[in-house]
Design a binder for this molecule. Sequence first.
Ligand SMILES: *Cc1c(COP(=O)(O)O)cnc(C)c1O
Length: 372
Amino acid sequence: MIPVNEPLLEGNERTYLNECIESGWISSDGVFVERFERAMAAYVGRKHAIAVANGSAALDVTAAALNLGPDDEVIIPTHTIISCASAIVRAGARLRLVDSNADTWNMDVAKIEAAITERTRAVMAVHTFGLPVDLKPVLDLAKKYGLAVIEDAAQAIGLTYEGKQCGSFGDISCFSFYANKHITTGEGGMILCDDDALAARARSLRNLCFKPERRFVHEELGWNYRMSSLQAAVGLAQFENLDEHVARKRELGRRYEALLHDVRGLELAPVACSYAENIYWVFGVMLDDRLPIGADEARAILADAGVSARPFFWPMHEQPVFRKQGLFDGESYPVAERMGRRGFYLPSGLALTEAQQDHVVAAVRNMMGEYL
Ligand SMILES: *Cc1c(COP(=O)(O)O)cnc(C)c1O
């Protein structure tokens, strides 16, 4: 079975891990957390970086650091991972959803303004599947209405918007280092921002809101969302190879594009749009409506051919957990609904070989040939 993702661990990972083990510093107090934070902050061009246990934790801390609460509404795309929604819901704030753009598979920024109310406090820009959200209109609206911008750049490490790093635009930005991201720590995440007070709050929330002056007395509840030095050691080694990882992803994506662009009934993500070049975090495809099968059937057929594929996100307004709470009643976001049913992504890991990719392409062509 060709896995949907396999990471590449070919740099200093082992050397740095050995340093941790030999020194005995394996918790978050080891030297690698700060080194990794500094490297990321410099790369993205931000003043502060706060490493956390994972990308979802970064979003939880972000919502708490912004003091979101029951009086607030936050605008997010409906087509995203549950972590974006759960961070807002757990903070007690209300979600307002926006549909996707059919061309870029990212939030349709033309629909944001209609979702803004008196109570809107923030808008979350989530870069998905290789292209960024069109950020300029988001930043303009945020300025006009006084909203905070949360940037979820989990899939966009090394991706640029109009030449500037993703993660450098939000008032606060989140990254993930899960095994399928451009650089991985196995599990891990990071928060980046420029504001000193916001950074201090995020640091405190990550560390149980311990007070430096009186350790076990707490004014507020936080989490133990610290990253360990072991994770950061892997992260720093991965970071050193980030440029190669990005180049490799683009090479994989462009090769899929070249080998699949003529397949009828299969829509591929654009190689570029007006403001960015696809980084091909994953190689996503959408089945044409003329096809009698959807993404689930297609993934089953591909699995029989030894190819593991993953579905796109399932929209937030169709999540049972929220429907049970009576949320999003009667709301409909047709582009995201279609993406959830007809979209999936092919094996796209950094360790994918050309032979494996050829096998995937043959399996996809075979499947599509059956139906067109
Ligand atoms: C991966 C991802 C996350 C969550 O990160 P974890 O480290 O898996 O918790 C959040 N947002 C997006 C867009 C992601 O792709």
